[in-house]
Write a protein of this length. Structure first.
Length: 276
């Protein structure tokens, strides 16, 4: 039996569809069914279900709001909530799969890609709280998978692909930053990897998982809108200020995921599959 937290979110919904396709028994929860910020309620629910695996997809992900009005909630969900889920997992002997982010890195690496054991140094509150969540998982459990991902897009939520498509209907030209580089990640690829590490009983620890190849947000937007007449123009991060500072370069090394036999499509292939 599997338990999903954040089961109605972008990734949780994708994971539910994947598990439905493969006939796996699971219980999906959202904040109403299991408030992860309430330690007792979380423990009670996990004891009731007694899952072998908990896929912890619930998170506060409003990166800019986390800098001010959402700061307390960000901490409560991503740190306290994750700690509560990890403690409940330990109590019933569940394997925990925790989803983290490329924002644990500062993006100043000059050469190569970010490896799983590279030094972390988050630039924003969201990255800081997700890192504290990682540390809570590692402190409480030995049977865990921490999967850092980046630039997530998919069919079931608000994301960059849908934002670009919506803006393209409203404007003749768009400006997108061209000096932040990373790897887009299709929720389907990520969900498949989450299931894969469990099915294969892969070694516990930290993994990086996104789609292969990397790009700037501008290049990503160009690919999304290539069949439209909308003009996409590059701008610098300075010309497009945001509350939360983003890493300029957060391309994560995928070799550990590939080494356990997981095949990773390129982000271009993944985007094509999602949009077709």
């Amino acid at each position: 039996m599997y338990l999903i937290t954040g089961g109605n979110g972008q990734l949780g919904t994708e994971l539910r569809h994947l598990l439905d396709e493969t006939g796996v028994d699971y219980v999906s929860t959202d904040a109403q069914e299991m408030d992860i910020t309430d330690s007792e309620a979380t423990t009670r629910k996990v004891h009731e279900i007694k899952p072998n695996v908990i896929f912890h997809c619930a998170a506060y992900t409003a990166v800019d709001q986390a800098e001010d009005e959402g700061k307390a909630l960000d901490e409560k969900i991503n740190v306290e909530g994750t700690r509560n889920v990890a403690q409940a997992a330990k109590a019933v002997g569940s394997t925990l799969v925790y989803i983290s982010t490329d924002y644990v890195f500062d993006g100043t690496k000059k050469e190569g890609e970010y490896r799983v054991d590279d030094p972390v140094n988050p630039l924003n509150e969201y990255g800081r709280t997700k890192l504290l969540g990682e540390q809570a998982v590692q402190e409480i459990l030995s049977d865990y998978y921490i999967i850092r991902t980046s630039w997530v897009f998919g069919q079931y939520g608000h994301n960059f692909v849908y934002t670009m498509q919506r803006l393209a209907k409203e404007h003749e030209s768009l400006t997108v930053v061209n000096d932040q580089f990373g790897r887009p990640t299709w929720t389907r690829t990520l969900a498949e990897f989450m299931k894969y590490v469990i099915d294969q009983k892969s070694p516990n620890g930290v993994y990086h998982l996104s789609n292969d190849n990397y790009c700037s947000w501008y290049e990503f937007a160009k690919e999304i809108l290539k069949d439209t007449t909308v003009e996409v123009n590059p701008v610098t991060s300075e010309q497009y200020p945001q509350k939360a500072k983003r890493p300029q370069y957060s391309v994560m090394d995928l070799s550990k995921a590939k080494a356990i036999g997981f095949e990773i499509p390129t982000w271009q292939e993944a985007l094509h599959f999602m949009l077709k």
